[in-house]
Ligand binder design. Structure first.
Ligand SMILES: O=C(O)CCC(=O)C(=O)O
Ligand SMILES: [Fe+2]
Length: 363
């Protein structure tokens, strides 16, 4: 059964303080955001403004390094797909995205040995830039990661409650206590830093693939993030002081059978003269090692399931995500970064026909 669409034209701001003072009211608001919007802001999230200023400074300092220094941390240097990607290396919906990125995760050693599933090779240490050049980078990035993970853990407990489940229901079944969760620093140059033929696609229309929740910090004042509502209209999600943007990934959407929605979004490059936009995203992953079975939700929640929304994203659910999430993630990474795939996972990519099943056509 699916209920009539309740469409949205703005993104609600939820106050985590209210989760302590008036939990029922907070959970009602969260339930509405999960089911009908798929995006919300959180304030009183516990990550200090001073820390976020420091993180922003470190992010800018990293992207200000010379290309040679940044390339020393390029993804090609490790099978983890962590590290730097130069602008134009990523494609969404058949078009190049105009953004530079640095992917990082909680620091874990690589333990994969031949004979184990290859997706285990995704786990490993970060590729750090020289500490002589950016001394505060590593400590602030790792501190952000652990604070964002704590926030995501809190939010996924509240999400479970808002959907009529026990607080631990999503965590216990779908997240391992010591798994690697990925995050990234992103720089979107303003259009005057791009060639005219590059257009303005910072990142094209997409849904966050495989994750439960995304926590996003908009580090500059640009109004660049847009969210697609059910009827297909693009709604601005401007930076709101002292908040994070939170959105649902296709992992959570699958586990709750479409009751919470992984809403489509995109980023437009800033207008000429306004400087680069920086953002920092944390993706709460699901465990890679076990078939994922949807959770049983109470009927009064299932009855609110929204009808299918219009989406400009090219995303299509693939059953491999549920059957073998580790392999699904690895094949996705190989298709987005073929150079890394060819270097470390050549056989696997060939065997699974990554080229034809997964990859977008490159223009
Ligand atoms: O930079 C942003 O505001 C959003 C980035 C994003 O949607 C993504 O990387 O998945
Ligand atoms: Fe996204």
């Amino acid at each position: 059964m699916s209920a009539d669409i309740v469409d949205f034209d703005s993104i609600p701001v939820l106050d985590l303080q209210e989760a302590k003072t008036n939990k029922r009211q907070f959970l009602n608001k969260l339930q509405n955001a999960l089911i009908h919007i798929g995006f919300f802001y959180v304030r009183n999230h516990g990550i200090s403004a001073d820390f976020l200023e420091r993180l922003t400074a470190n992010t800018k300092d990293f992207f200000d390094l010379s290309v040679d220094e940044k390339l020393k941390t390029e993804k090609i240097h490790s099978p983890t797909f962590l590290g730097y990607s130069i602008q134009g290396n990523e494609i969404t919906k058949d078009k190049k995205d105009n953004r530079e990125q640095y992917d990082f995760a909680n620091e874990l050693p690589s333990t994969w040995v031949p004979g184990e599933p290859e997706y285990k090779r995704l786990v490993g240490p970060n590729l750090w830039p020289s500490p002589t050049l950016v001394p505060d980078f590593r400590p602030s990035i790792l501190s952000f990661h652990s604070q964002a993970l704590e926030l995501a853990t809190r939010l996924i407990r509240l999400t479970a409650e808002a959907l009529g489940l026990e607080p631990e229901a999503l965590l216990n079944s779908y997240v391992l206590p010591n798994q690697q969760h990925r995050a990234k620093l992103i720089k979107y140059p303003a259009v005057d830093q791009l060639a005219p033929q590059d257009g303005t696609q910072g990142v094209g229309a997409h849904r966050d693939t495989g994750s439960l929740l995304t926590i996003l910090y908009q580090a500059t004042e640009h109004q660049a993030l847009q969210v697609q509502n059910h009827s297909g209209k693009w709604i601005s999600a401007p930076p709101v002081a002292n908040t994070f943007v939170v959105n649902i990934g296709t992992g959570l959407e699958y586990l709750v059978q479409g009751v919470a929605i992984a809403t489509t979004h995109r980023v437009i490059n800033p207008p000429a003269g306004t400087g680069s936009r920086y953002s920092i995203a944390f993706f709460q992953g699901t465990r890679p090692d076990k078939r994922l079975l949807p959770v049983d939700l109470p009927l009064h929640i299932v009855d609110q399931k929204p009808k299918k929304a219009v989406s400009d994203s090219g995303y299509q659910f693939h059953k491999l995500f549920a059957e073998n999430p580790g392999l699904y993630t690895l094949l996705n990474r190989i298709s987005s970064h073929r150079d890394v795939g060819i270097k470390y996972y050549h056989q696997l990519a060939k065997q699974h026909g990554v080229e034809d099943i997964y990859s977008p056509k490159i223009k």
